[in-house]
Design a protein around this ligand. Structure first.
Ligand code: SF4
Length: 230
């Protein structure tokens, strides 16, 4: 399940120093994805598996210093019950809060994790308008179900939007606004045009695009906190 581990990160869990666990495999193919080593089977097969027990011990060793654990990927929720058991173990063994990053494609698993209060903070991607999720090989109906589940714990959720202009036209953003209004916190993150899944000629995005998107969302969602994540 695990192919990567960072002992100490200052940027992955808002407000907390954390350890970060990387699971492998993903059911989406976002053109802007830069985690291709964890997404493409021909790449992740070459990476060493890290035993869960080893990762837990590494987290325990840092317990006095780190204040949380982040599980990211790839797409961690694809690991189903194995992920649930791993989160339970982190909580029992370390007592640390856990943040989970997800693309929102496994609503049933998210529901179980919410009901069992196993996750303290959620970061959920919102990649484009619902009608364009097929371009990422995703199914927005599942993401919508996840949003509905997480709406009930909106205080613990950050919705992340990657500033990738081809998937964020004004029409796309307009279609995303009704869902964004369910939440309290939106993070706008930079698109990094290096080693991405779709090797295309899209260079660095002009910083004015951030201002354009931020202004658009501020006008329509004045109650929501907008965070610049870069
Ligand atoms: S950006 Fe996230 S959801 Fe998209 S392909 Fe990469 S790991 Fe999967």
């Amino acid at each position: 399940m695990i192919k990567g581990f960072i002992g100490t990160s200052l940027v992955d869990y808002p407000g907390r120093i954390s350890s970060v666990v990387f699971t492998y495999g993903c059911n989406f193919r976002c053109p802007f994805c830069y985690n291709i080593d964890l997404v493409l089977p021909e790449r992740y097969k070459k990476l060493k598996n890290l035993p869960e027990s080893w990762v837990i011990e590494e987290i325990k060793r840092r317990k006095g210093f780190i204040k949380g654990v982040v599980i990211t990927g790839g797409e961690p929720t694809l690991w189903g019950k194995k992920l649930i058991r791993f989160v339970e173990e982190i909580r029992i063994e370390t007592g640390l809060p856990v943040k989970l990053d997800t693309n929102g494609s496994q609503p049933e698993l998210v529901k179980s994790l919410v009901e069992d209060r196993l996750i303290d903070f959620w970061a959920v991607d919102f990649k484009t308008s619902p009608a364009r999720y097929f371009e990422l090989e995703g199914d927005f109906r599942l993401v919508e179900e996840t949003f509905k589940v997480l709406k009930e714990v909106a205080d613990q959720v950050e919705i992340r939007i990657t500033l990738y202009p081809p998937l964020l036209t004004e029409e796309d953003l307009e279609e995303m606004v009704p869902y964004l209004s369910w939440f309290k916190r939106i993070a706008l993150q930079k698109f990094v045009p290096e080693h991405t899944l779709k090797q295309e000629a899209l260079g660095p995005v002009n910083p004015s695009f951030y201002h354009k998107v931020a202004e658009f969302l501020r006008e329509r969602l004045p109650e929501v906190s907008l965070i610049k994540r870069f």
